[in-house]
Design a protein around this ligand. Structure first.
Ligand code: KIV
Length: 262
């Protein structure tokens, strides 16, 4: 196993032009699999609310749920940096709540950093967390917690706004920034402008790294997946086939066979 990934490693990777690979995880077995496969950043995303809990948005996810899932992921990660995603209303209400909740990810769940959504409007949060010793990954562009304000899950194209947001989160102390759902040309410009690594999702190939939602890229998602997702496996089909076989074999009294019997 190579050395554990830290926020310093990620900065070096940007400088060396080594692409950073991030993936979401929500539990111990998949965290362990992704870690062994070489993922650099395991993001315990609040996408949990959609791909694990079956909700229509991420808005219903609670701090306690995030702490529980982050703890299980941290147990499975030996090399990857574990980032806990701050859920809706865990950092918007007040600065002190924001720092307290961010701290819970490190203190109670074993994360090494947190992520929060927003640009110039959350710089006081990022600064306060960073001053408290909590590394922060920012997230700009299509920010799913603002789905109602954005009028849906839409590509964000305001270049001037996105550049202001990117520079603001860097100045506030973020160690990295997720660029979600923005045109490649804008993501390229931001990546060239910033010293901190950009991690793209639906932001083209010029970002310093990429992140995908585990369930989407493994083909576990039954519903529509966005254009930017590449499906690297079809685990949903494998699981249905395996379970259907089990059903058939029990009905036909094939399982359990002698070798499964004491
Ligand atoms: O919640 C999440 O999984 C995320 C990623 C899509 C970046 O925020």
């Amino acid at each position: 196993m190579s050395k554990a990934v830290t926020v310093k490693t990620l900065m070096e990777m940007k400088q060396n032009k080594t692409r950073i690979v991030s993936l979401t995880a929500y539990d111990y077995p998949f965290a362990k699999i992704a870690d062994e496969a070489g993922i650099d950043i395991l993001l315990v995303g609040d996408s949990l609310g959609m791909v694990v809990q079956g909700g229509a948005s991420t808005l219903g996810v609670t701090m306690d749920e995030m702490i529980y899932h982050t703890r299980t992921v941290a147990r499975g990660a030996k090399r990857a940096l574990v980032v806990g995603d701050m859920p809706f209303l865990s950092y918007q209400v007040s600065l002190s709540e924001a720092v307290y909740n961010a701290g819970r990810f490190l203190k109670e769940a074993g994360a090494a950093a947190v992520k929060l959504e927003g640009g110039a409007t959350v710089v006081d949060r990022i600064q306060a967390m960073t001053e408290a010793g909590i590394p922060v990954q920012a997230h700009i562009g299509l920010t799913p917690q603002s789905v109602h304000q954005l009028g849906g899950f839409r590509v964000q194209r305001d270049e001037a706004r996105l550049l202001i947001d990117a520079e603001a989160v860097q100045a506030a102390g973020a160690f990295s920034v997720v660029l979600e759902g923005i045109p490649k040309t804008i993501a390229t410009k931001i990546t060239q402008t910033l010293k901190i690594p950009t991690i793209g999702i639906g932001a083209g190939s010029d970002c310093d790294g990429q992140v995908l939602v585990l369930h989407d890229m493994l083909g576990l998602t039954a519903t529509h997946v966005p254009k930017f997702v590449k499906q690297y496996a079809n685990l949903r089909k494998n699981a249905i086939d395996g379970i259907a076989n089990y059903v058939r074999e029990v009905r036909e009294n094939i399982f359990p066979a002698d070798e499964h019997t004491y």
